[in-house]
Write a protein that binds this ligand. Sequence first.
Ligand code: PGA
Ligand code: ZN
Length: 438
Amino acid sequence: MNQYAITDIKAREIIDNRGMPTIRVHICAGHEHWGRADVPCGSSTGSYEAVEIRDGESRYRGKGVRKAIQNIHEVIAPKLAGADVTRQQEIDGLMIDLDGAADKSKLGANAILGVSLAVSRAAAKVCRLPLYRYLNKDGRVLPVPQACLINGGMHAGNDLDIQEFCLMPTGAKTFAEAVQILCETFMNLKDILHKKIGKVATNSSEDGGFAPPISSSRQAMDYLCEAVERSGYSDRVVYGLDFAATGFYRSASHAYDFEGSEKTRDDMIQFVTQLIDEYPAIVSVEDPLDENDFEGMQILTANLKNTLIIGDDMFATNIKRIQQGVARKAANAILCKLNQIGTLTEAAAAVSFARQEQYAVVMSERSGETEDDILSDISVAFNAGLFKTGGIRGSDRGSNYNRFMEIEEELGQSAVYAGNSYREIIEGPKLLRPRGPA
Ligand code: PGA
Ligand code: ZN
């Protein structure tokens, strides 16, 4: 028996960190090597994302994934039987064709991504390599974690409009040290919020950060800065904000429902510019405007040359959307979320294209995650300079920090912590290499 041949595909319904059903896929190569992967799911999703299929029946309030699982067992599995598990690109291409819809709405991006990821894990097993090494023998970059310590927007039950207030320990020497900085600051922030607001302020958001009952972005920044100062890390961290502005943009009135009043695009641009002026350690701003406002993003990008302007909902890890951004000089970084596009191959292509156009790359989890840590391996394989993994609390978040630390140790001397060079492009992913170990 060919050890690379797919001999079994099994999918099952599991739950994610929010108690929402998602898909776990197991793939076996050569009757021996199993690869397993779970599918993430967002809550502040953009309109240009690939479509996940949900059952729409009464169980799990319509969120069941049995239909998508049926598509894996009845449509995808028969076509992949016997396929060479190391032919990632071919397998992904086959599923894309099998679906036929640009947004993967026929079989479901959740079904397709689960298979795509489990294929890569099975292949790494056959090759007896850790996944990051199997995907790219030159993968060695440990990203700067962009961890959201305070949440608002759709991720929190408070009145903060900005979705994520993140800490980026660029001044750490290693990834492990970055984690220590994050956790110590998180602990101090808890004390500060408790003392100043009360114990209700120490409750968690959906994303693993705090969700204090406040409504002002400046207040959130002040608490965060105070926690950093108390931890003694003021000279080693910078900040990143995810506005997730599509969530508070009202297309009917062409206005942003932000911080107590209706704001125009110009108001938002002014707000962002002023905030960065007041807090110069804010180095990264994600989705500060609606997902369709390429022109506004172009203005911001031109105005704030030293700031990372990240397109998340705007680009949706989709090459066609990134091409539009490049043509209009909108943003200077992409967020790469695997389930926005639905296959590992397309995610790698989006990352390669973005880099070719000098856009920085931020790998990102979704708010809906499981204990699966696959994204850490993929991030190292892509040599991404930044990684957004939500907050600190919960093994859905910790699993990736822990996996990165494991990889860092495994890489030893060849590990490179991105640190202050997080915008630099080290090299494109050499994903999808032909069969066989390095
Ligand atoms: P989501 O949010 O995973 O809930 O969509 C994350 C983000 O907007 O970056
Ligand atoms: Zn975002």
